[in-house]
Design a protein around this ligand. Structure first.
Ligand code: HDE
Length: 714
């Protein structure tokens, strides 16, 4: 009901009131798109009660016509996404390196809109597909929009934009039968990858747990390419961009990811939405790796090669600001779906490098928006509008909103007073970096891009034992789904060049033997040159392990927004339950009560508790930890519920923290949990000590060492 309702029959100030109501979206009366009020929204206009519908029924026609056109093409990649509004704050001025205003003044709070996404799946696919995640940030700066369109993985599959359509065609559902949805575990993907050695570093990342994040709020973001910062004097520094989540980097288990895809395909979308609604605003620190021009060639790999990262041990990430997401969109379509990012939306002081993948992206994004959003005027859609005014001589086109006034739409002019003027003054407008270019036109790959395995090995070596095991298992899973034995063998052979143990263990599962390493393929290296290609110069900084690449070293100091399942029935121990709830909620965790039925519970002492979910809909995979309070009657009732035992088994299998009251030991005994094994994630009743131990265990996230002990048939 509108706040300012215009009562029927009251004509005074009607136009103004109608206008105000419509702008607020609060008109209580249904209207056509022309503003005509509609009396009957149930029946079409007919020739008699049982007669045919009349063509004249413009109200019906308008309603159905609009409906017929309410879908637009989904993004060719990154179709499945979720977004939120927020702001960016700068900790320290970067004026020494860049003239970008939002990175110069620590008093400026820059509004942002951030969209997270998976890459391969359709709009309706599951959030938990094994995939890279998009991490696209639109900064609405005082110098125009700046888009940092990155991923949660710091490198990419390919080195040259020329291969992008091939990569995407290979990973998308196969064209003959449109299967499988949102999955890389199929022949065309691995056929392509097995012929593209340059993808091997990225493959290590997408086969790692980074590709199945616990939450968008718990993943890193990377600009991927090397960009440039340009300062007032026109001096350039190479720069890599990083987002570091304050909740740490955490993932789910692969078995869990597959279950979540069925139990709650909107898991990440819901998680982001709920965190923001509850006031637990997601935060990331913004970091830069800065490299002086003179150091361009000191790394043993090429800074322009997007399949390489700069290890943080060699160039530390300098933290310079913070991103906070504090507002959910009002309308998914108008904002999340219609937002148009573009790596070429720059502000003065930031420029591109010659990374051939980045250069190819610069053409693609506007091009795709033209067909996706349907007009060259997509910058006028509210979510895409800069906060500064637009002045230029571009005119007209489909869906133009601006009413440009005046006689002139050309430059130079005198009739329009010469407006709009060029910014001219260097600091005001955008100037490309004065890079010296003196070269031949050439269609080939630089030899400095030819080491396809060094950083794949670095990544694999830098993982903890559990993380390595997960990569091996992911490869086993994906390649077992591949039908062609030749593709499987080619992949195993490629893996030998990353790590022998990795290749052998994957091969074993597939009934293969790791063959001879293949030479780098798919590049036109002249026959008279060393096919191994680029060898780093002497004295380059090389490392064989990087702690920053392992999630094991992420921060584990918070249980903020972690979801804890309390499994209870009538007769539960209220005192223990309340104390545990208070302790967890004080640390920002979210407690949900799960019971056999969706009705009020009564404790052993007659205290009532509401139930959030019954076992019918609850799934352990949507929780971070489990607590089973005591109360003999409650535990006896849970023992009658196969779903309760399954819940505990599954949480254990996925290596989650489980705390339980003294009576609840019976439920643990009824499960597959082996209490004899030392396990800091299994926390029996021990007075207040239990609460602290449980909080610490939840912050640890997972107890992967359990995976070595036994397989739980949950
Ligand atoms: Fe994109 N990419 N991309 N991409 N990309 C798109 O633009 C493209 C690449 C990334 O939430 C599309 O508006 C080419 C790397 C994100 O709306 C399209 C190449 C990285 C998003 C496109 C790349 C990205 C996109 C599809 C190789 C990480 C989602 C819809 C030359 C740095 C943005 C659209 C959102 C979206 C093209 C490679 C990130 C088709 C041609 C590398 C996060 O224009």
């Amino acid at each position: 009901m509108g706040k300012k309702s215009t009562k029927p029959g009251n004509e005074t100030g009607k136009t103004e009131q109608l206008k105000a109501d419509t702008e607020n979206g609060q008109d209580e009366f249904l209207t056509t798109n022309q503003g005509l009020r509609i009396n009957d929204n149930q029946n079409s206009l007919k020739s008699g009660e049982r007669g045919a519908t009349l063509l004249e029924d413009f109200i019906l026609r308008e309603k159905i016509t609009h409906f017929d056109h309410e879908r637009i093409p989904e993004r060719i990649v990154h179709a499945r996404g979720s977004a939120a509004h927020g702001y960016f704050e700068l900790y320290e001025s970067m004026a020494k390196y860049t003239t970008a205003g939002f990175l110069n003044d620590t008093k400026i709070k820059t509004p942002v809109f951030v969209r997270f996404s998976t890459v391969a799946g359709s709009r309706g696919s599951s959030d938990l597909a094994r995939d890279a995640r998009g991490f696209a940030v639109k900064f609405y700066t005082q110098e125009g929009n700046y888009d940092l369109v990155g991923n949660n993985i710091p490198v990419f599959f390919i080195q040259d934009a020329m291969k992008f359509p091939d990569l995407i065609h290979a990973v998308k559902p196969e064209p003959n039968h449109e299967m499988p949805q949102a999955a890389s575990a199929h022949d065309t993907f691995w056929d392509f990858i097995s012929l593209m050695p340059e993808s091997m570093h990225m493959i290590m990342w997408v086969m790692s747990d980074r590709a199945i994040p616990r939450s968008y709020r718990m993943m890193e973001g990377f600009g991927v390419h090397t960009f440039r910062f340009i300062n007032e004097k026109g001096k350039s520094h190479f720069v890599k961009f990083h987002w570091k989540p304050l909740l740490g980097v955490h993932s789910v288990a692969w078995d869990e990811a597959q279950n979540i895809s069925g139990k709650d395909p909107d898991f990440h979308r819901r998680d982001l939405w709920e965190a923001i609604e509850s006031g637990s605003f997601p935060e990331w620190e913004f970091g830069v790796q800065l490299v002086e021009e003179k150091d361009e060639f000191k790394f043993g790999f090429d800074l322009l090669d997007p399949t390489k990262l700069i290890p943080e041990e060699i160039v530390p990430v300098k933290i310079i600001g913070k991103l906070t997401l504090n507002r959910n969109p009002d309308n998914f379509f108008a904002e999340t779906e219609q937002v148009a990012f573009h790596p070429g939306h720059l502000v003065p002081g930031i420029d591109f490098s010659n990374d051939p993948l980045l250069q190819g992206r610069l053409f693609s994004y506007t091009d795709t928006q033209l067909s996706r959003l349907g007009s060259p005027n997509f910058h006028e859609i509210p979510i895409n509008r800069p906060v500064v005014d637009i002045h230029n001589n571009q005119r007209d086109g489909h869906m133009r909103h601006t009413i440009n006034k005046g006689q002139t739409s050309y430059d130079p002019n005198t009739l329009g007073g010469g407006c709009p003027f060029q910014a001219m003054v260097k600091k005001m407008g955008f100037t490309s970096f004065l890079e010296r270019i003196d070269s031949k036109k050439i269609r080939s790959r630089s030899k400095s891009f030819m080491d396809h395995f060094g950083q794949a090995t670095l990544f694999f070596n830098s993982q903890s034992e559990a993380e390595q095991e997960h990569i091996i298992n992911a490869l086993r899973f994906e390649l077992s789904k591949v039908q062609s034995p030749e593709i499987r063998q080619r992949m195993v052979n490629l893996l030998t060049q990353v790590d022998k143990k990795l290749a052998t263990q994957v091969a074993e599962e597939l009934g293969l033997t790791a063959g001879k390493p293949e030479m780098p393929m798919n590049h036109s290296v002249p026959a008279d040159e060393d096919p191994k290609g680029y060898q780093p110069k002497k004295g380059t900084q090389l490392i064989d392990r990087s702690g920053a690449l392992s999630m094991e070293h992420t921060r584990k100091d918070s249980i903020q927004t972690r979801k804890i399942a309390f499994l209870m029935a009538n007769g539960f121990d209220d005192a223990a339950c309340t104390a545990m709830r208070k302790a967890l909620e004080a640390k920002g965790a979210v407690v949900k009560v799960i019971a056999p039925k969706l009705r009020m519970l009564t404790s052993a002492t007659g205290i009532q508790s509401a139930v959030d979910e019954s076992f019918l809909t609850a799934a352990s995979v949507t929780y971070d930890a489990v607590y089973i309070p005591g109360g003999a009657k409650s535990v006896a009732a849970l023992l009658q519920e196969a779903d309760a035992i399954h819940f505990v088994n599954e949480a254990y299998k996925h290596c989650k923290a489980i705390a339980f009251g003294a009576d609840a030991v019976k439920l643990i005994e009824a499960s597959y949990i082996d209490m004899k094994q030392p396990d800091t994630g299994l926390i029996p009743e021990k007075g207040t000590v239990q609460k602290d131990a449980f909080i610490k265990a939840i912050a640890q996230h997972r107890f992967w060492e359990r995976e070595k002990m036994r397989k739980v048939p949950a």
